[in-house]
Design a protein around this ligand. Structure first.
Ligand code: 5AD
Ligand code: SF4
Length: 449
């Protein structure tokens, strides 16, 4: 044992760190990296905000309402700081990157501002803040992937975890702020990914989701995304592999072929369409057409007839006509999505569409279109779930269902949540479940012996 390093007093000295996370799964993963970096320096993680010496808020900028929530949270932080003058409050993540100086200058009650590529610097920024200065680092990096940092798993379920395989995005969809807040795309060394996945499996996890803004463009040396999927799938047939998110422009037949080859690669693809109208897709800079998208859907069905397909949709993008909107509804019907994330267009300052197009659909009209999209999706989800009735599905148990301790819940390979009466088996085990009933969001069933 290296005595010197064990005796070195650590800067954190047992001070307690609380992290609050908003936004996507990527952010949830980043918070786990932040905790790991801080623990290395002697800070202790706490789940209680009341006993925290340092509060970090990991933020999201994807839509204006995400940022508004965080502004609300910041005013609560100002109140906390009055009661506890030594408290350090930091804003980290996308909103820190986007608003930078504004967060420091305004009297926001913020001591630290750190962008998504500056997390290794956090212990240093905390020290600076405790010395009375502001701790600011919003440098974006071309290389940082936090590859060798072992995340501290904050989600206690112990069955399913996420691994970020890449960072940033180079696609510049015209509405999207991500390329500006998370920087350019970089892929992480596959050996570190496989090693992290193996540790998860050895610790009892039975499912991993590989994360990136556009996993299909993962590339590290000679290793592409289909190769990486195969490497992770080889860890064990008992270890399920999922991924998110795919960009329709480059979801390849090779990937579909690898997915079809391995039973433990889950048969579910999230393929954000954003719109069903070629006019809108062009303005969104999505680089595919409706026809291309539908051909990719057909390819998925050729390789995996049983694969579920989910999507993201935006209502009321700049200049969207009633006809464009109808095209989105007809695309939804044509694909028959299992589920969808559906949003009103929200203009993000600095993006191409904010600079070049007018945000000309009224709020009321956006709401109407979104509601139509949601109503249709509810129908489609219900239809999709009804088709499951009578089938026997393999379910990975995640834990107790929310409604009753007598019932368990878990997911099918198609990523559908199933609720069923408990048997002998517990979290992390696979059971065969006969699907007997459903709502638009959930399947209900019985364990089959
Ligand atoms: N307004 C509305 N929705 C957006 N998304 C990204 N940017 C915006 C925006 N400015 C949605 C897209 C994307 C998902 C993560 O968020 O549908 O796929
Ligand atoms: Fe944003 Fe498009 Fe990149 Fe997704 S692919 S993060 S929507 S720019």
């Amino acid at each position: 044992m290296n005595l010197k390093s064990t005796l070195r007093p650590l800067a954190g000295d047992g001070q307690r760190l609380f992290v609050e996370t908003y936004g996507c799964q990527m952010n949830a993963g980043d918070s786990e990296i932040v905790v790991s970096i801080m623990q290395q320096e002697g800070y202790r993680y706490t789940e209680s905000i009341d006993e925290a010496d340092i509060i970090l808020i990991n933020t999201c900028s994807i839509r204006d309402n995400a940022e508004q929530r965080i502004w609300g949270r910041l005013s609560e932080m100002r109140r906390l700081r009055k009661q506890r003058p030594a408290l350090i409050v930091g804003i980290i993540g996308c909103m820190a990157e986007r608003l930078k100086a504004q967060l420091i200058e305004k009297d926001c009650g913020v001591d630290i501002v750190a962008g998504p590529d500056a997390y290794r610097d956090l212990p240093n920024l905390v020290r600076r803040a405790q010395g009375g200065d502001k701790g600011v680092n919003v440098e974006l990096s071309k290389e940082e992937t936090y590859a060798e940092i072992a995340p501290v798993r904050l989600d206690k379920s112990g069955v399913s975890a996420f691994i970020a395989i890449m960072r940033g995005c180079n696609n510049y969809c015209s509405y999207c702020v991500v390329p500006y807040t998370r920087g350019i795309e970089r892929s992480r060394d596959p050996q570190t990914i496989v090693a992290e996945a193996r540790i998860l499996f050895e610790n009892g996890y039975r499912e991993v989701t590989l994360l990136g803004q556009n996993v299909n463009s993962y590339k590290f040396g000679e290793v592409g995304f289909p190769d990486l999927m195969a490497m992770v799938a080889e860890i064990s047939p008992e270890f399920r592999v999922r991924f998110a998110t795919s960009h329709p422009k480059d979801i390849s037949d090779r990937l579909l072929e690898v997915m079809a080859r391995y039973d433990n690669i889950c048969k579910s693809i999230h393929l954000p369409a954003q719109s069903g109208s070629n006019e809108m897709l062009k303005k969104m800079n999505r680089k595919y057409t409706r026809e291309w998208y539908l051909e990719r859907i057909a390819a998925i069905r050729r390789y995996m007839p049983d694969c579920s397909i989910t999507t993201d949709l935006i209502a009321g993008f700049c200049g969207e006509t009633e006809e464009d909107h109808r095209q989105t509804l007809s695309l939804m019907r044509e694909v028959g999505y299992a589920s969808a994330f559906m949003f009103k267009y929200s203009e993000r300052p600095g993006t191409f569409s904010a600079r070049h197009f007018e945000d000309d659909i009224t709020e009321q009209e956006k709401t109407r279109r979104l509601n139509e999209i949601i109503a249709l999706q509810n129908e489609l989800s219900l239809q999709h779930n009804r088709q499951e009735i009578g089938k026997v599905r393999e379910v990975l148990i995640e834990g107790e269902s929310k409604r009753s301790a007598e019932q368990l819940c878990g997911r099918t390979t198609q990523n559908k949540m199933v609720v069923f009466d408990r048997g002998e088996e517990g979290a992390g085990e696979y059971v065969k479940v006969l699907i007997t009933d459903c709502s638009s969001a959930t399947l209900f069933g019985k364990i089959q012996k």
